[in-house]
Design a protein around this ligand. Structure first.
Ligand code: ZN
Length: 414
């Protein structure tokens, strides 16, 4: 299997794997990996990243929004850049690959170029975004949104659980809250992000790499069902208006519709029932629906049918139903030339190029507001992520880095 990789690619992959292990020691909570935005662990991780860049002869710095950024010039100084990167903040009790893989792989690409003094027609810029997960503060993607020129200024006024304003934490970290909203990156030809899949598709198909076609759009609904509470012993089955039984029927209808076509997913993840007693027929039920799809029209069509089936079930069961939209984000379609480029590099490594959408959000969708953007997925064990059990193999680590490096070398400016 490793035959497809050169010795240089194998050793770069091995170095990346040990870097990922070393990087995982930068944590705010001993014994587990928790690295929140602008925390002490984030500061130490950023310093290590900057130090590794310096060892490769590349000067890195912290930008106004708390990202680590560096530039490796091409043949001509000032050439447009291909930007690579991902995030180095984590959730609480995280795995070591989510985000970190793409940030350290970006560094590893530049190291390989710098090792051989190799200059390309384009510059290569690398970025370790500071805030993707949105754990310490509610906003997400402030790092990539800053570079894309869509920084949410109001985010600076948020306070964390300890009462520390993001503005103050950013200043202490070495950022500049007054400039965070005006650092829009310039002269960037494209952005690409390598990331673990965080899902089980590649493993199920025995493939190390996947080419991301789109980042799913999502709609979240809050559904209220109102029936009639009543005595569980005295009310005959034919005379009931059971809000929970209706909600259960509705959840099954959502599942059935989402199962009806590939790449569409629908989830009822929360259900509450009132009055919630063993001897009372439920009078009110409330539940969430989360629907995601790689295309907005596909999602809209599914939602329309789901809502129609909720109404039909309510009518048949004599209950009333209300539906409110609580969240809506459109799909991000990856740039077709980047998709084609990754397809070629994956094929060049001897694997069928599996195209798949991303069910999770990523920095690439924010960067897509600035320039063409795309992603490469690396298989992870069991599809498990946001969990210390997150795991990738040494081989897959090397394949992902080799695909990214080849993509960077083959990238052509218009
Ligand atoms: Zn991530």
């Amino acid at each position: 299997m490793a035959r497809a990789l050169s010795d240089a690619e194998l050793s770069a992959g091995a170095r990346l794997m040990s870097r990922l292990d070393a990087f995982a020691t930068f944590t705010d909570e001993p014994g587990k990996l928790t690295r929140l935005f602008l925390s002490d662990a984030h500061r130490r991780a950023a310093a290590a990243f900057i130090g590794w860049c310096a060892e490769a002869g590349v000067k890195a710095r912290i930008d106004a929004a708390g990202n680590v950024v560096a530039r490796y010039e091409g043949k001509q100084a000032g050439a447009p850049a291909l930007m690579l990167g991902s995030h180095i903040d984590t959730v609480r009790d995280a795995g070591r690959y989510d985000g970190n893989y793409g940030a350290l792989a970006a560094l590893a690409v530049v190291e390989q170029l710098a090792d051989g003094g190799e200059r390309l027609d384009h510059a290569v810029e690398i970025v370790a975004f500071g805030d993707e997960e949105g754990v310490r503060y509610r906003t997400t993607l402030t790092g990539s949104r800053a570079l894309a020129g869509t920084y949410p200024k109001e985010a600076l006024d948020q306070r964390d659980a300890a009462g520390v304003a993001m503005r103050d934490a950013l200043r202490a970290f070495g950022g500049d809250p007054d400039k965070a909203s005006s650092i829009r990156a310039e002269n960037v030809a494209a952005f690409v992000e390598a990331h673990i899949e965080q899902g089980p598709v590649l493993e199920a198909e025995n493939l190390p790499l996947g080419v991301v076609t789109a980042i799913n759009g999502a709609t979240r609904l809050e559904v209220g069902v109102e029936g009639m509470a009543g005595h569980a012993g005295a009310t005959p089955m034919t005379l009931r208006r059971d809000a929970l039984a209706a909600a259960a029927d509705m959840a099954l209808a959502i599942e059935k519709r989402a199962r009806g076509e590939p790449d569409l997913v629908g989830t009822v993840g929360r259900l509450e029932v009132w009055p919630g007693a063993a001897n009372v027929i439920p009078g009110v039920a409330r539940f969430s629906i989360d629907v995601r799809a790689p295309s907005d029209s596909q999602r809209a069509a599914a939602l329309a049918e789901m809502r129609a089936s909720l109404d039909a079930i309510a009518k048949a069961r004599g209950v009333s139903v209300t539906v409110a939209v609580t969240h809506e984000a459109n799909a991000f379609v990856c740039d077709s030339r980047i998709v084609a480029g990754f397809k070629r590099t994956v094929e060049g490594l001897g694997f069928p190029p599996r195209l798949l959408p991303s069910g999770a959000g990523h920095d690439a969708m924010a960067m897509g507001q600035l320039c063409p953007a795309g992603m490469l997925f690396v298989r992870c064990k069991g599809g498990i992520s946001h969990n210390p059990l997150e795991s990738i193999t040494r081989e897959d680590c090397a394949f992902g880095l080799a695909a990214l490096t080849r993509f960077v070398r083959e990238f052509r400016l218009d």
